[in-house]
Ligand binder design. Sequence first.
Ligand code: EPS
Length: 409
Amino acid sequence: MGRAGPDLGPREMNVLLRYLTAGESHGPMLVAILEGLPAGVPIRQEAVDARLRQRQGGPGRGGRQRIEKDAAEIVAGVRAGETVGGPVGLLVRNRDWENWRGILGADGVDSARAEEKALYRPRPGHADLAGALKYDRRDLRDVLERASARETAARVAVGALCLELLEQIGIRVLGHVVALGPVEAPPPAHLGFDELAAAVLASDCRCWDPGTTLRMHEAVRQATLARDTLGGRIEVQAEGVPPGLGSYAASDRRLDGRLAGALMSIQAMKGVEVGIGIAAAALPGSQVHDEIVTGPEDAGRYTRYRRPTNRAGGIEGGVTNGEPVVVRVAMKPIPTLLRPLRSADMRTGEVIAAGYERSDITSVPAASVVAEAVVGFVLAQAVLEKFGGDSLGELRRNLDGYRRQVGAR
Ligand code: EPS
């Protein structure tokens, strides 16, 4: 039996795609290993780096993003731009490490300099207190360096490789911002996937609507003046997904549960919805479920069955139904506050303002890139579980056979 991947929880099954990341926010680098990609997948370095750059963007980011110019060094598993079947090894170097030598690192730490940068006042909402208690660390830096959302750079690189695989079999994934603080975008119901993607990539808030993008900028400006922070909501859509990914047969194979787990594993996420999600609870069944009709043959689709609506978000019974997968995730505001909430000094117990570290006013646009990446990972994993294949050619043949099978129904 294989070991469960980090996004799967403690289930025992033969996981065909898994990854791990390591690295501290201000350490030398982030590293990741992605194991289980079939051989023969073209990897476009520029597409991976483009996603990393998108993750660095958006209004309200802190000084760190001016220091970094994130890029992935692929050090294993890829030859001449194509996977060869071995685990893919990735590095994302931290430029800021030069400023942290002697403070962090496996050796060469100067205790006086480390003490200058030590933190003892945990930030409410951050992992600081819970992590210090759990791992018995005196300096909260030992917690926050790993808990930091800097880790998502490694996850975006991993997700980018998964998205390269998905593109090869006609599945495309897009994460976009639907709300930033109090500012909400109108639903992009009239836009097809390509138009939506183009509009989202044209906005530094990753919001399809230019008017809403301007209002989001203003909200960030106001939050900056108020020395406060903002959360928001993100939607991820995946199109070209075959019916039949995930399963109702066992609770830990339900794709909605796995997507929710993966999205909630992103730093700062507090809630997930599939399709219309929580709103469904207040509506009668006749206004929630998507009617089934039949339509003409369409090369882009697997079956003749169509849904005039997609309130289910493309998943019924934990299984994809052939409609686009649509999930939403809610991000809390960044917990590092310029006007800190009360906290306690862990050396003395004195109740005092929480510590401050350089941080962001908001990072919701960046998080939409991360959400896109983790959905890419979960879908790639579900594809490989259903169709298998040690090479892209074998995966494609298996998928073609399935397309014939479901196309005949
Ligand atoms: C981040 C890098 C960090 C923060 C942010 C995410 O950089 P630094 O700590 O050097 O300023 O900007 O991390 C947090 C908000 C957090 O709470 O840890 C990044 O690259 O995404």
